[in-house]
Design a protein around this ligand. Structure first.
Ligand SMILES: Cc1cc2nc3c(=O)[nH]c(=O)nc-3n(C[C@H](O)[C@H](O)[C@H](O)COP(=O)(O)OP(=O)(O)OC[C@H]3O[C@@H](n4cnc5c(N)ncnc54)[C@H](O)[C@@H]3O)c2cc1C
Length: 528
């Protein structure tokens, strides 16, 4: 029987961050991944035409390059082939009437751009960022810390209290993005530029607490840009797996774990679906959601999962879905504003109200009549992605339902759910809308691959029925209520069994943060 210090279940990038740290610290570690390659939702494939590399799921890594794992592991990852490429501009927007805007990593340029949109918006942008500055240190510190800990409780208390009362930060934290944007900026283009980012953080612009994440994205992208690995997103997870192996760890694929074994209250190993038992002498780290953990992997261990935790795990909720359209293009999209061709990630949108409407349609189970389209064309910054002169595009729709109840435009028959016909009809709608902003787009398409919620569900159990972000990020399932109110953060009901990944603090996104937090816990001084 094989024995390791630590067995890691699943190889999402967070799990690989933990494994890499453990291996570097001299621990015997094995990662068991069910899919054919390590990396989970960080994956690059020739999905359309040979020679065109598409980031199947995630592509942009600003949350990773601004995080602590990259700060520490960056040089070793670079030596193993990870190089980030950045665009001239980080984010942009194109709205009807050729109203556009972009942001970059140059503060002065951003103030000038905001001022161009509306007199006074430049100063408003400066004030917004300056007002947050005193909180930046503690807030970013929390992103790298166990939230459910006494030390974090003190930081949270200090952030949210001032002079014996709740602080301005506490109030700002709870605002909606709409409220923040409408009170800060006069320009509707500024609203359209920033509001869609709430969706990338699993929120919507009319949701309580969405202003906080809008400001977080603004800070992250205007400091880091919109970096993506040369050669494709998967270079990150390949480098993490290589780092783990270089230090003696193992990363195995095609190994689904069906059971975590518990003896005398401690995790002692796992059993895979092919019947192998792999022993863990110190700990098991599970890169899975609480529903899989408590209702499947631990379900056979008598008396281990208390009834309350089982109930909460059964109540773990998934959010909206995602459609991602990959295009191989004979030429890059030509936007009315040429700067958008040199922008990391842009939104093609009717603006804040249009976004509000499409999110509401998705929440009600409807295909949105006019979705907001997130578009990136990574070959502009990284020519290795496709043949010279050509382009790849990722069109991402986050205002789509998981389960279909109809079509807001009344055109697509959704009776049988997310069928290929529905996927393709919706993709046609998206391309038609996108062509209003980049008229050459439809004529340049050489190949197309559409991903819808059922495809996500099939690929990764952590997407549940097709949620790209591993479980709803509504306030009632965030922060100290995530993954479960009864077991917040990375600790589970078994003392040496830890969780990492999108279901845990600080949530989804290629940030590596939960992997980092658990790695520090497992390699800390008290762990020997
Ligand atoms: C379409 C899409 C686009 C996105 N775009 C971006 C983006 O541009 N930027 C960004 O920051 N984020 C993006 N995200 C979100 C981001 O990709 C994810 O939040 C992040 O990659 C999740 O990482 P993770 O560590 O939680 O593990 P995951 O990526 O969820 O991986 C978990 C792994 O564990 C494996 N596994 C699960 N159960 C078992 C088991 N029992 N046995 C063995 N293996 C198991 C799974 O097969 C999987 O490989 C996107 C997500 C999607 C779906």
């Amino acid at each position: 029987m094989r024995r390791y210090d630590v067995v890691v279940v699943g190889s999402g990038h967070n799990a690989l961050v933990t494994a890499a740290y453990l291996a570097r610290a001299g621990r015997g570690v094995v990662v068991l991944e069910g899919n054919d390659r390590p990396g989970g939702l960080v994956r690059t494939e020739e999905l359309t035409v040979p020679g065109f590399l598409h980031d199947t799921y995630s592509s942009a890594h600003p949350l990773f390059t601004t995080g602590p794992a990259y700060a520490e592991l960056g040089p070793e990852l670079t030596a193993l082939g990870l190089t980030y490429r950045n665009s001239r501009y980080c984010v942009g927007v194109s709205m009807p009437g050729a109203r556009t805007a972009v942001l970059s990593t140059d503060p002065e340029e951003n103030v000038a751009e905001a001022e161009r949109l509306a007199p006074g918006d430049g100063a408003a942008l400066t004030a917004l960022l300056q007002d947050f500055q005193p909180h930046a240190g503690p807030v970013f510190g929390l992103f790298a810390a166990e939230l459910a800990s006494p030390a974090s409780a003190r930081v949270i208390h200090d952030l949210t209290h001032d002079d014996g009362h709740y602080s301005t930060f506490a109030q700002q934290f709870l605002r909606t993005a709409r409220d923040l944007l409408e009170h800060t900026f006069a320009s509707p283009v500024a609203h359209g530029l920033l509001a869609p980012w709430a969706l990338h953080l699993g929120r919507s612009p009319d949701e309580v607490n969405s202003s906080f994440w809008t400001v977080m994205v603004l800070l992250a992208v205007t400091s880091a840009g919109m970096p993506t690995p040369e050669g494709g997103s998967e270079r990150l997870t390949r480098a993490l797996a290589a780092l783990t192996e270089r230090h003696g760890g193992r990363v195995e694929t095609g190994r689904w774990v069906e059971r975590i074994l518990v003896r005398d209250g401690r995790a002692v190993g796992v059993r895979t679906t092919d019947g192998e038992v792999v022993r863990a002498d110190r700990a098991v780290v599970a890169s899975v959601n609480p529903d899989q953990l408590y209702l499947e992997l631990l379900a056979h261990e008598d008396g281990v999962v208390p009834p309350l935790i089982r109930r909460q795990a059964a109540d773990y909720r998934y959010g909206r879905g995602c459609v991602q359209i990959h295009l191989a293009l004979s030429a890059p999209p030509r936007f009315t504003d040429e700067r958008l061709a040199r922008t990391g990630q842009s939104h093609l949108t009717g603006g804040l109200d249009a976004l509000s409407r499409s999110v509401n349609e998705a929440t009600r189970g409807l295909l949105p009549a006019e979705p907001t389209i997130s578009i990136d064309t990574p070959a502009a910054a990284d020519p290795t992605r496709c043949p010279p002169g050509a382009a790849v595009a990722r069109l991402q729709l986050l205002d789509v339902p998981l389960r279909l109840r109809g079509d807001a435009a009344g055109e697509i028959d959704t009776t049988d759910g997310w069928t290929d016909d529905v996927k393709n009809a919706f993709a046609d709608r998206v391309l038609e809308l996108a062509a209003r902003h980049a008229p050459n787009l439809p004529g340049a398409v050489l190949g197309r691959h559409v991903i819808a919620p059922p495809d996500l569900a099939r690929f990764n159990p952590n997407c549940g029925p097709g949620d790209p972000y591993g479980g709803s990020h509504e306030l009632a399932q965030s922060y100290l209520l995530r993954p479960l109110p009864g077991r917040p953060s990375h600790r589970t009901v078994v003392p040496n069994l830890f969780m990492v990944g999108a279901a845990t603090w600080p949530g989804h996104g290629v940030n590596g943060a939960s992997g980092y937090i658990v790695a520090k816990e497992l390699t800390g001084p008290e762990q020997g």
